[in-house]
Design a protein around this ligand. Structure first.
Ligand SMILES: [Zn+2]
Length: 349
């Protein structure tokens, strides 16, 4: 127990002590996570998208601890001893920075094989300052082009992302907003995407709801589902839906939950949907939250991520005026009321 506790304390200290520079300035896209289950092992690091050779920089001041070139595994690999004593491991490289590349070539010639594995002594190892280029990504070893990135303390492999405070200043993106219209309390029509840049107005005799397509770029380019979608009528909150984190590689039932059938074949950002509002309306039931009726004013749709960044669209709306009000006004203006955008018929439910 004591040993476990000490180990955990060491881990905590390692994780909190030093902040590393992100080693791949030109990519933050994860293609594989730490501890993913692979065919015959757990994945010891993270994989980062790097389809073309990208420079890898030293995360801290430090020195080259080991160079390994092993065709079937990590390919060209670099082990970099960082200032806190941890080792950053980079696999599947195309080459090392020029001076180091020359050293590697020399030892390959001396040993007489492409495959080499040698360690440096801390006293005569090549040293680098934080931010200096140490190597370039590639496709050596197993798998397509990407960077395999590990952080080790001895033989313990940590989740590299635990060493980075995600700095997320990116707002969620509202890809599109559509309205849904009721007729006799049954959703009957869905509009095309409103042209948000053209200050759309929506008018309807019937109650309407809005459907939001949105995603959160997030600090790692993972295009996650935003934390919350809210709808306000003249700044009065009438609807909120919160969504827990969903991995892009998550189970397909989550995908189903978030997708309207007509979007299934679209690009992946469109997958990131909130299924809202409730499509299973019963005749004569009260409208569920989020439907807009008896309302003239501005509807604001807000999307917020987990770090408090938010994006909004404001849409002037006239919708579902009460029959009494409608008796005079709607009859007089019946032809003046129309849903903006082209209507397309949609089978709902
Ligand atoms: Zn990997």
């Amino acid at each position: 127990m004591a040993r476990v506790l000490i180990f955990l304390l060491i881990c905590a200290a390692r994780v909190l002590a030093v902040e590393y520079l992100w080693p791949l300035p030109d990519s933050r896209t994860l293609t594989g996570g730490h501890a993913d289950s692979r065919m015959d092992h757990f994945h010891g690091g993270v994989d980062l998208r790097a389809r073309t050779p990208l420079r890898v920089i030293a995360p801290t001041d430090g020195w080259i601890e080991r160079i390994g070139i092993n065709p079937p595994g990590y390919g060209r690999t670099l082990y970099f001893r960082m200032s806190d004593g941890n080792t950053a491991t980079f696999g599947h490289l195309s080459r090392y920075e020029p001076a180091l590349q020359e050293t590697v070539r020399d030892s390959q010639l001396v040993i007489g094989t492409y495959r080499v594995d040698f360690t440096f002594d801390s006293t005569d190892a090549p040293r680098y300052k934080a931010g200096e280029t140490i190597c370039f990504t590639g496709s050596s070893g197993r798998g397509p082009a990407h960077l395999h990135f590990e952080v080790r303390t001895g033989a313990v492999q940590h989740d590299p992302l635990a060493f980075y405070k995600p700095k997320d200043f990116d707002k969620p993106v509202i890809v599109g907003v559509r309205w849904i219209k009721l007729s006799d309390y049954i959703p009957t029509a869905i509009g095309n995407d409103l042209v948000l840049s053209a200050s759309p107005r929506v008018k309807s005799l019937e109650p309407i709801a809005f459907m939001v397509r949105t995603f959160d770029p997030g600090p790692w380019g993972r295009n996650a589902v935003p934390f919350a979608v809210r709808v306000y009528e003249n700044e009065r909150l009438i609807f909120e839906d919160q969504c827990s984190e969903i991995d892009l590689l998550g189970p397909s039932n989550i995908y189903e939950k978030l997708v309207y059938p007509e979007f299934k074949n679209n690009d992946r950002d469109v997958r990131r949907l909130f299924e809202w509002p409730d499509r299973n309306l019963a005749v004569d039931d009260d409208l569920p939250l989020g439907w807009i009726e008896d309302f003239v004013g501005v509807v604001r749709i807000e999307v917020e991520d987990r770090n408090g960044n938010s994006e909004s669209v404001r849409i002037p709306v006239e919708a579902g005026l009460p029959k009494s009000a409608c008796a005079k006004r709607c009859r007089a203006n019946l032809n003046g009321y129309a849903l903006t955008g082209d209507e397309v018929s949609l089978k709902l439910g």
